[in-house]
Design a protein around this ligand. Structure first.
Ligand code: ACO
Length: 339
């Protein structure tokens, strides 16, 4: 087995629950319409869990497809953990029947998978671990206000998970991505523009009360227009900056696989980068916003659709709660190249 000098991400997979929820289904729960949701967001449907499926269950269903061999560390990203604590990392480790390997939890919302991938890249580069399972998983549906009061947010989100393995490139790998680099940002001054405030340790004297439940403050809240504007600007700027730092420009990119918050956000990012529509790969129509899972779902779908050829450059970018934003660069290899 020849070991390569670069770090590879491979065995991408995803899992969504079986229950498909159409926009018309939502209009039986709240005052909304298929037309409004499609026009404003691009979303046609999403998948929502039925009990007792949890975020870690979806993560496990995806990870089982990615794990062809045993990982020696695991990084799991989510904003919707099964419990306040512990995180889903250890739950996924246990359910997969893995030995007591380190199980990291990443809480960077829509950028969670990018943050997790960069951590995995750094751990492998430092030879701290050899083979890292990276999972992004969400169950949003049980945390949404599905009445008309919550319609601006409830229609956006889907449940799902995606995963991959990160390790050094080696001659046994077939199709994989070379992990080139990342640029990540976070700025907590915008925390309250997109958040779920309660229950949390900042609330006194107890974290949850009947009043909080009745007021709807236990549900996510967002300044939609502000998030929209910052998302377009943040994803565009960080993408340009990352490309420039690698001596590249948007025209070098074969495919952008962005986070999926709103189809219009991604169309605007594509046009700001000067890319034709077919260079921006979207899955929001089918899955909605699955937050930490959107990027691995997008990469898996792009691979399944055979959109990439040897050497193609893939740009990842995301924006979300925090605010956090970031971009990543991958190069597609249909098999390990000679070095
Ligand atoms: N169905 C019907 N009408 C609705 C719905 C709905 N589901 N939601 C809101 N409306 C109404 C509003 O009440 C408003 O009515 P009014 O004019 O009578 O007051 C009208 O539609 C227009 O609402 P706007 O908020 O102006 O609609 P906008 O075009 O801004 O679209 C949206 C709203 C889709 C939420 C958009 O702002 C957006 O996508 N923002 C970014 C979302 C995002 O990126 N979130 C981050 C991901 S989440 C994360 O990171 C965890």
């Amino acid at each position: 087995m020849t070991e390569s000098s670069y770090i590879a991400a491979h065995s991408f997979a995803f899992s969504v629950p079986p229950r498909r929820v159409s926009n018309d289904d939502l209009s039986t729960l709240m005052d909304t319409s298929d037309e409004w949701i499609r026009q404003r967001t691009g979303i046609a449907q999403r998948y929502w869990v039925d009990p007792p499926t949890t975020t870690s269950d979806l993560g496990v269903a995806s990870a089982r497809q990615s794990c062809t061999g045993q990982p020696d560390a695991l990084i799991a990203a989510t904003l919707s953990p099964d419990y306040c604590f512990p995180g889903i990392g250890v739950l996924i480790q246990h359910k997969l029947g893995l030995p007591p390997i380190p199980a990291f939890d990443v809480r960077n919302q829509c950028c969670g998978f990018l943050y997790a991938l960069q951590m995995a890249q750094a751990f492998i580069a430092a030879s701290m671990y050899q083979r890292i399972l990276v999972v992004g998983a969400e169950v949003h549906s049980t945390g949404l206000d599905v009445s008309t009061r919550g319609r601006d947010i409830a229609v956006l989100f889907g449940d799902g998970a995606g995963s991959c393995i990160v390790e050094r490139g080696n001659s046994s790998q077939a199709e994989h991505f070379e992990v080139i680099g990342f640029e990540l940002h976070g700025d907590g001054k915008y925390a309250s523009e997109l958040w779920c405030e309660h229950p949390g340790s900042a609330h006194f004297p107890v974290r949850i009360t009947r009043e909080l439940v009745e007021s709807g403050k236990i549900f996510p809240a967002m300044n939609g227009k502000k998030v929209f504007e910052h998302a377009v600007r943040g994803m565009t700027e960080v993408s340009r900056s990352l490309l420039t730092s690698h001596g590249l420009s948007p025209s070098d990119v074969r495919l952008v696989v962005p986070h999926q918050a709103n189809l219009r956000i991604n169309q605007l990012v594509g046009s700001e980068l000067g890319l034709p529509a077919d260079r921006v790969f979207n899955t929001i129509q089918e899955f909605g916003n699955t937050t930490a899972a959107t990027i691995p779902i997008g990469l898996t779908k792009a691979l399944q659709a055979r959109l990439l050829q040897q050497g193609d450059l893939v740009l990842l970018c995301a924006f979300g709660s925090g605010f956090t934003w970031g971009a990543g660069l991958l190069r597609y290899h249909s098999a390990l190249p000679e070095r």
